[in-house]
Design a protein around this ligand. Sequence first.
Ligand SMILES: Cc1cc2nc3c(=O)[nH]c(=O)nc-3n(C[C@H](O)[C@H](O)[C@H](O)COP(=O)(O)OP(=O)(O)OC[C@H]3O[C@@H](n4cnc5c(N)ncnc54)[C@H](O)[C@@H]3O)c2cc1C
Length: 396
Amino acid sequence: MKYDAVIVGSGPAGSVTAYYAAKNGANVLICERRAEVGAPVLCGEGISKQIDDFEMLRGTRRWIANNMDGAHVYSPDGTRVTLAAEKAGNETGYVIYREIFDQTLAQKAVHAGADIMMNTQVTGLLKENGKITGVKAQQFGKELTINADVVVGADGVDSKVGLWAGIPTTLKTMDLETCAQHTLSNVEVDKAYCEFYLGKQIAPGGYIWVFPKGDDIANVGIGVLASLHEAGNAKQLLDQFIDAHPNLKKGRPFRFLAGAVPVALPIESVADNLLLVGDAARHVDPITGGGLTTSLQGGQFAGETIAQAIEKKQFDRETLSVYETRWKEAFLRKLKRNYVVKEIFLDFDDKTINMLADSLKDYNFDEINTLGLVKALVSKHPTLLMKLKPLLKVSK
Ligand SMILES: Cc1cc2nc3c(=O)[nH]c(=O)nc-3n(C[C@H](O)[C@H](O)[C@H](O)COP(=O)(O)OP(=O)(O)OC[C@H]3O[C@@H](n4cnc5c(N)ncnc54)[C@H](O)[C@@H]3O)c2cc1C
């Protein structure tokens, strides 16, 4: 088998890369180890309405479960701060059916001319004189070799493709959120608002989310920093939270999932004959753990770069670096800033989070800018000034 590009993984990053490469003339193959695209779901299923502008999703709405007005953020003492959807980050806008979302993207890629092989686990890179020339894979016990000019690692948080290419991909426990989520039916929720619950006791280094999928059904999940809790603790903390909330406790479980999210800085994403996209490149917001919008953006840049490289018949690092330049322009600054904000928030105790929420509960977020925000916080609770100083530095 010989392709221009072989893409490892049929998540959003892989399918979008395949679509833009195929649409622009490349001969591409997606290898997916699972038996079904998008299943089992590993996601809170929240996404910003920014994706309305994304070409591949125009004209298809089947993946939308619920349309959100905004988010309520709760501090440990129950103080509520309300944000409109467009101010509430990458997870608020729609609650989606993630399996349909992923399948929509994969189908678009296939319509554009990409091939896809399911039940196909990529097991290593093919190399000739040190140069990457494709991948080794296994399908139903059969060994395969697939030659390609470019290999794309779209293989998610536990990416091996980068590692095989010699890129340091190991995540420190302080850069990894462990997540657990129940989808509960028969719950009582405000269908128009996502909810986020903060606090060192309820979710150390993370948060609990309630994302309504319909009138009485919601994803109720937790992310906790791996360095701050013991293995298995995430589900225990989540169950304790649900038990303490009668509107959720009466819920009946439809689905349970557990997974991990990188909350790290992005890594090197390009080498000779190789690109990393999506979670594999750590393109995830370190504050929220949301990676869908950046996977779509990065996938588009990767696919278009591959098509250009094929035209030029050049697959060296320098040619493929167009991809890196484009994603850096689009979202590196935000990811770096939010990484610093994550670190600052880690030092906040519950009392400080309560003070922050108290200062912000009546704030007009339409006029939001970091300086204005810090002024609003400090005018009510002057002791916050010292704690927030580092925020001013990163916002410059
Ligand atoms: C519990 C949880 C909740 C989340 N909630 C949200 C949310 O609400 N909003 C949001 O924006 N983000 C959320 N995220 C993050 C989001 O799911 C990821 O950022 C997104 O899936 C990244 O897409 P991707 O294509 O890079 O990787 P993935 O979607 O992980 O896809 C990788 C694919 O590669 C395949 N694969 C891996 N290795 C191989 C191999 N060797 N051979 C063949 N195939 C392989 C996998 O089977 C998988 O299909 C959440 C993550 C978790 C775990």
